[in-house]
Design a binder for this molecule. Structure first.
Ligand code: PRX
Length: 661
């Protein structure tokens, strides 16, 4: 039976289910359908089964879609597992596929990037123009002493130069480490220090909600405590006065006028396992993890998944509204769309600036066909009502996407119906910084259930298991794991290979990758991701470690001890709630609560600003001193405390009564 939103309510296991079937023209024209026919399969299930049983063959086929300087000797080398190596012996460069190969075709004059500033300014770049900008920047980097293997830190606003900087590094075999422009001093210092970067690329500032984000000032403070930095290259974006330290800081526009900044620059052939970038992400300790991705396997994984899930057509205009500074931006703004020869659109600022029509105006103005965003943005825009989008022609949209956290069915339905007109399949893509590419995601032919990422993508074997890696029965919660390696997988953690082995593979003998998420599978094999099982909080889709927030708090003189937890929040998904024990002699006050919130924001960045801080006299802990955050969370939610059978946990129960003084 068809219901008003275009979905079919189907009887499944005795209960009615909401399932959305894709329009037949989308299915007919889908890249996946073409591939399925080419392989001689009549259903997706058969194709998927084949791709798992022959996953090396599948990925090898996907690798053949790209150009290599020298082919591989072996598709997968698992001799050093869990340090898997893909396409060994091959030589390649991701930038050759993202730019160079298009220059040999008509695509050289195709628009690669359309950018709109928050102030309404526009810039567009053809593939030829992107090549020119990237080559000049690459030559500047070389001129400033950047060599192969050097890690260059990039801390920039959402402007084309951020993208060009990343590509320039990869082109010359340097490794980029992008630090999200919303991060603050401590986060920048920590990442620059771990990577031991000699060069930092930044800007005088960025624009957000009409205000200047003081990137250079923050970078200055971070560089004061970053002895590795020798050179800071500064893009002029805002034009406001900033401090430039002679001998260290250089304006990019000055460097670009020098003879070294030639438009000719060779893309360096590299071994396929050469690192392309480091991206820091939060884990369960206070120290962010430097996730390492390489050129070869990464370009294969992201381009194949982009092709199958986002179904790019030559004439499409694609908009991923994430920030290039996160993995979503790395994989699905910068690399995969460029590799696939897409025309990408990016917008610099806030979705509701100056009014909540901004995004819909962009969709209409640029004729966007594919829009990929996050549940938090969808919820935020939904709040302003349907009148804003209804004034715009959104009929160009063909496909929608969501990423970053579970999407609640209400937001799913709104996005699907109000923005997608009920005709655009919504790709809810589950993946991680570590996986590099989509792992569980529909394709345009998949029947959709709001809130489920549906099935694993081709070549990926996911499962829901118990502690001993045994599959959980249907509809039961368990750990979400991946049972076979995939080409875009992280290779290690920078400076911490041991943590890579222990945290993700639970020891060297394991062949199962632990995602850190819990999930369940329903009777039709659909995956439903529930959330993190570790001490990671997803705030508006941003990943924050409780330990990082706690250490920002205790760096304030008034704080003796702190605990942070995530509690459900209507817009943000989760919001940060903190419990603080004050240093001796310090009295709690509202003013102090505000001061501490501002302190965390200035240490880590505005995204980490706690929603609430409660002053307490003790915290529930295990005997070994580990804070029992789940006890705090259960108490805050008024839930049963569950199994607290160990002595330590009983102890903490007593302490709980002392909370909320
Ligand atoms: O908990 C899952 C959640 O985000 C985590 C990964 O975060 P990050 O590395 O920052 O990467 C985000 C962008 C790829 C996952 O472990 N997550 C991501 N996408 C989804 C999701 N949870 C549910 N549904 C999703 N589509």
């Amino acid at each position: 039976m068809e219901n008003p939103t275009g979905s079919i309510l189907r009887e499944g296991g005795g209960k009615e289910e909401e399932i959305y079937y894709p329009p037949s023209d989308v299915v007919e024209n889908a890249n996946l359908s073409r591939y399925m026919k080419q392989k001689g399969f009549s259903t997706w299930e058969e194709l998927y089964r084949w791709s798992c049983e022959n996953f090396e063959e599948y990925w090898e086929e996907m690798a053949r879609r790209l150009e290599w300087y020298r082919p591989w000797d072996q598709v997968l080398d698992d001799s050093g597992k869990p340090f898997y190596r893909w396409f060994t012996g091959a030589r390649c460069n991701i930038v050759h596929n993202a730019i160079d190969r298009h220059l040999k075709t008509w695509r050289r004059n195709k628009q690669a990037l359309i950018w709109e500033g928050e102030d309404g300014s526009h810039r567009t770049f053809s593939y030829l123009a992107v090549n020119r900008e990237v080559s000049k920047l690459a030559n500047v980097l070389k001129g400033m002493g950047v060599a192969r293997g050097d890690i260059v830190s990039i801390y920039m606003p959402r402007v084309p130069e951020l993208i060009f900087s990343m590509l320039a590094c990869a082109k010359i075999g340097a490794v980029h480490s992008v630090i999200y422009g919303g991060f603050s001093v401590e986060a920048v210092r920590e990442r620059v220090g771990d990577a031991q970067s000699k060069v930092l690329l930044t800007a005088d500032g960025g624009f957000m909600r009409g205000k200047i984000v003081e990137l250079k000032r923050i970078a200055d403070e971070a560089m004061d405590h970053s002895p590795s930095i020798q050179t800071c290259i500064v893009l002029r974006r805002t034009g406001h006065a900033v401090n430039m330290q002679a001998g260290r800081d250089y304006w990019l526009h000055d460097l670009l006028t020098l003879p070294i900044a030639s438009t000719k620059c060779e893309t360096v052939p590299l071994d396929s396992e050469t690192p392309a970038f480091i991206l820091y992400t939060s884990g369960s300790t206070g120290k962010p993890k430097g996730v390492v991705h390489v050129h070869g396997g990464y370009m294969v994984g992201i381009s194949a998944t982009f092709h199958m899930t986002f179904d790019l057509k030559e004439e499409d205009r694609y908009w991923c509204a994430a920030d290039p500074g996160w993995i979503t931006g790395h994989s699905y703004i910068v690399y995969a769309p460029f590799i696939e020869g897409a025309t990408s659109f990016i917008y610099e600022g806030a979705p509701n600036y100056p009014y909540p029509n901004r995004w819909w105006q962009c969709v209409e103005r640029y004729g966007i066909n594919i829009l990929y965003t996050a549940p938090t943005a969808i919820r935020g825009l939904m709040r302003f009502g349907n009148a804003w989008p209804s004034r715009y022609d959104l009929s160009t949209l063909r496909l929608l996407g969501s990423v970053g956290e579970p999407i609640n069915p209400e937001a799913w339905r709104w996005f699907h119906k109000v923005i997608g007109g009920g005709r655009c399949p919504l790709m809810d893509t589950w993946w991680q910084t570590e996986t590099g590419m989509f792992m569980i995601a529909p394709n345009p032919t998949t029947p959709l259930k709001p809130g489920s990422g549906t099935y694993p993508v081709l070549g990926v074997v996911a499962d829901v298991v118990d502690d001993r890696h045994a599959a959980k029965p249907v509809d039961e919660d368990g750990f979400l794991v991946i049972r076979k390696p995939w080409p875009a997988m992280m290779r290690t953690l920078l400076n911490d290979p041991e943590r890579y082995v222990q945290q993700y593979w639970r020891g060297e003998q394991s062949e199962v990758y632990f995602t850190g998420d819990s999930a369940r599978k329903d009777a039709q094999g659909y995956f439903w991701v529930i959330g993190r099982v570790d001490d990671v909080i997803k705030v508006s889709g941003y990943r924050l470690g409780t330990a990082e927030i706690e250490s920002a708090l205790v760096s304030h003189r008034a704080v003796a001890e702190a605990a942070a937890i995530g509690l459900p929040h209507e817009l943000k998904g989760s919001a940060i709630h903190c419990y603080v024990i004050l240093s001796q002699g310090i009295e709690p006050s509202e003013g102090l609560e505000d001061e501490l919130k501002a302190h965390v924001a200035s240490e880590m960045g505005p995204i980490a600003k706690p929603e609430r801080i409660q002053f307490v006299s003790s915290l529930p802990k295990t005997r070994s001193g580990k804070i029992l955050r789940r006890v705090l969370k259960a108490k805050a939610l008024g839930q049963e405390l569950g199994d607290l059978s160990t002595l330590e946990e009983q102890l903490s129960l007593q302490q709980l009564s002392m909370l909320n003084r």
